[in-house]
Design a protein. Structure first.
Length: 81
């Protein structure tokens, strides 16, 4: 559930995986450059008072739970947090 906060504007730019390392925003941009499509869990958004206007432009789609489940089941590989 907390992973949705990484899609909030300003959050990923201020977090690193390790001290002195790349920001999470840089990892997101690297993933996008590699062809990754990012889906955000719509049911998790209200718990963090997130609105579509709060979300970074790198998110390709805000999806409901059933759509995410279908994507996960149809994929060879999925990453989620």
């Amino acid at each position: 559930m907390e992973g949705v906060m990484l899609a909030k504007k300003g959050v990923a730019e201020n977090l690193t995986a390790m001290d002195g390392g790349k920001t999470i925003a840089e990892f997101i941009r690297d993933a996008k450059n590699a062809g990754v499509r990012l889906h955000l869990c719509k049911p998790a958004m209200p718990g963090y008072q997130l609105d579509e206007s709060d979300i970074i432009p790198e998110v390709d789609e805000i999806s409901n739970a059933s759509t995410l489940a279908d994507l996960i089941l149809a994929s060879d590989k999925s990453m989620y947090f």
